[in-house]
Write a protein that binds this ligand. Sequence first.
Ligand code: ADP
Ligand code: MG
Length: 269
Amino acid sequence: MSTTPTADAPVSITDANASLAIHCRGLVKRFGKFTAVNGLDLDVPQGAFFAFIGPNGAGKSTTIAMLTGIYGADAGRIDVLGHDMRRNPLPAKARTGVVFEELALFERLTGRQYLVFCGQMYGLTRDESETRATELLELIELTHKADTLVCDYSKGMRRRLAIAAAVIHAPDLVFLDEPFEGIDILAGAVIRELLKELKRAGTTLLLTTHVLEIAEKLATHAGVIAQGKIIAQGPIGDLYARHQVNSLDQLFEKLIGAPRAAGVRLSFH
Ligand code: ADP
Ligand code: MG
């Protein structure tokens, strides 16, 4: 029997897992009686740039919270970087970076102090943290704001800083939840370049975004989630062939349906 994974079918649980940065099966998260994540299976190969897409409320952020150990799961198995996240999350957490949708930064530190603090939290020495902070501030084009308090940063600057903080320990896996939401063009361009650089360095990335054009340029793999379940996943080329589409937009439309506003007409024009 062939064990070759198909585009929508997750790979089987065996040696293939060794090459997966994220492997989860039957993941469930309930909030009271409401089931936000409902038996989710996800496979993200090492080195992949994985676009995790789906409508609002589909369960993307809740899934990321479980994959990063912020929320406990109600059921299922989660392996991250070869470690069982439900039993022994620390080794995976040490090699992971995450930028949540809602940022919680330390407002009374300067950008530089914040980066150095995060570096040390991840186990870097003070010297290493300072060297990397300087390099990262350059990369995110915030050197001129390095000594300004975080509370005086704009939304775009905060997002850039949060991403820099999440990668200061050179993690193997980075989660980015809606990094392009509500920011200006400059911040968007800087973040795109940073993502390209992480991809080039071989970092595994899982990105959620509504900006499918950006995801499409970078993604090697995608997963589509609706109502707490994965309805398609795999390498981009396989997904397009299987669903007879040639963009993430079309894939989204085919699997989820056109945005509801598409047919809306103004009566007064
Ligand atoms: P997405 O990120 O795909 O937009 P979320 O994971 O944020 O979706 O949310 C999935 C569903 O779970 C939504 O219906 C949301 O309202 C619900 N939800 C998320 N967090 C909570 C919470 N802390 N308590 C109750 N319901 C929640
Ligand atoms: Mg979300």
